[in-house]
Design a protein around this ligand. Structure first.
Ligand code: ADP
Ligand code: ASP
Ligand code: MG
Length: 411
């Protein structure tokens, strides 16, 4: 007998029939003798709609009230799921984040979990009840409701699993596992049976939104096994049909590259004719960091005249205006000629533990892109990642070509 946390994402609880289907999975696990806690997302599309309402009131609405609104989607599904379970003859009860309580800091819309007190929750589970926790939401010290960022129910589920000392956290979604790349972009993507936390963390943070990055970070820190699996297939989690995310090496160790991720929401900023002298990078990136702007890739062009140089870097597309403002404010110190900022770029990242011990990974990437006449605008490398920035229009072409080049296509 195990203690399992089962999380159902938006599509998995997209309508009443789907909630009933998810309840059947929960029942199957209970009948096998497992103790079960459930975490639910809002029904598909609901969170977008709620956020849309907030924006329609005002683009500059109060962040506290934003979370009061955005968190409600999960309240609905938690109640409906508890009812659906009761309908199957199970003992079940819904828990809002504040009822557990799942405590967070006060950074509205990206709150971080501080702690979860599961004493009461656990007691009821041990007595045979199924606890259904609303994902995505928590409560701050001052009693305000908070939310954990988009996709945050994954993090709620992993955090609950850790607090309950569960045996595993099963993330039920609309795909039957983690794939070598987003199966919606490349139909040759193949399912990865087993992936390490480290690789999954890179996949998630570089765009594979199948798991929220923070959920993987947390699972890695506490060694909580995660399984990603389909809500719409027959098997249930305890039959291990999905992708396991755990410590250690992947079963695809022989492959150089385990997966390919992409992030579309990038923008490229170029500062033209910046003085080529010590302290310039600090003058640029210090103020951006203080403004909370995340800078990703940085490229400095070799100086022609020894006096000035161009510096290019990437940021999230949403930060274009704030970046321009910040740089404008620092103009007297940085002394650049002009700044250009544009979207229309995508970052494609190859991820693989195998890169550590092999050479030639980069060469294959550059040759493959060159063959397709795709220009590389910036390059980033780290131990298990190789990332390039290219024009967004080539996303699919590049992804599919690289997927084939690294031998990842489904057999
Ligand atoms: P949920 O609503 O269940 O949380 P998400 O939409 O957040 O589901 O995540 C599942 C989606 O993640 C899939 O439908 C798929 O398109 C996308 N995805 C992106 N990259 C990958 C990948 N490498 N493997 C599997 N799914 C991926
Ligand atoms: N409902 C929230 C969202 O759409 C949280 C989640 O689904 O994980 O982002
Ligand atoms: Mg999700």
């Amino acid at each position: 007998m195990s203690l399992l946390v089962l999380k159902f994402g938006g599509t998995s609880v997209g309508d009443v029939e789907r909630i009933k289907n998810a309840a059947a999975k929960v029942e199957a696990e209970v009948r096998k003798g497992h103790k079960v806690a459930v975490v639910v997302s809002a029904m598909a599309g609901v969170t977008d709609q709620l956020i849309g309402y907030c924006r329609a009131i005002s683009p500059h609405h109060d962040p506290r009230e934003h979370d009061a609104v955005a968190s409600t989607g999960e309240q609905v599904t938690a109640g409906l799921m508890a009812m659906a379970l009761q309908q199957r003859g199970l003992n079940a009860r819904s828990w809002q984040g504040w009822q557990v309580p799942l405590r967070t800091d006060s950074s509205y819309s990206k709150a971080r979990i501080v702690d979860i007190n599961v004493v009461a929750f656990r007691k009821r589970i041990e007595d045979g009840e199924v606890g259904v926790m609303a994902g995505f939401q928590g409560i701050a010290n001052d009693g305000s409701i908070t939310t954990l960022g988009r996709g945050g129910s994954d993090t709620s589920a992993v955090a609950l699993a850790i607090a309950l000392k569960a045996d595993r956290c099963d993330i039920y979604t609309d795909v039957d596992g983690v794939y070598t790349t987003d199966p919606r972009i490349d139909n040759k993507a193949s399912k990865i049976p087993h992936i390490s936390y480290e690789e999954m963390l890179e996949m998630a943070s570089r765009g594979a939104k199948v798991l929220q990055t923070r959920s993987v970070e947390m699972a890695m820190r506490y060694h909580m096994p995660i399984q990603v699996l389909s809500t719409f297939a027959n098997a249930v989690g305890s039959e291990l049909p999905g992708t396991l995310v755990t410590d250690g090496d992947t079963t695809m160790e022989e492959n150089l590259v385990t997966g390919i991720a992409y992030t579309r929401d990038q923008a490229r900023v170029t500062l033209a004719k910046v003085a080529d002298q010590p302290g310039v990078a600090a003058a640029i990136f210090g103020p951006l960091a203080r403004a909370g702007i995340n800078v990703d890739m940085i490229v400095q062009t070799a100086s022609d005249d020894g006096k000035t140089t161009d510096i290019t870097f990437t940021i999230s597309k949403n930060d274009i205006d704030r970046t321009k403002q910040t740089l404008e404010g620092e103009r007297a110190r940085i002394k650049y000629d002009h700044v250009t900022a544009s979207g229309g770029v995508v970052k494609i990242s190859l991820i693989g533990g195998g890169m550590r011990s092999h050479t030639g990974v980069a060469a294959t990437m550059f040759e493959t892109l060159a063959e397709k006449k795709i220009n590389i605008q910036a390059i980033e490398t780290s131990e298990i990642v190789l990332g390039v920035l290219i024009a967004e229009e080539y996303t699919e072409l590049a992804l599919r070509a690289l997927h084939t080049a690294y031998g990842l296509d489904a057999k």
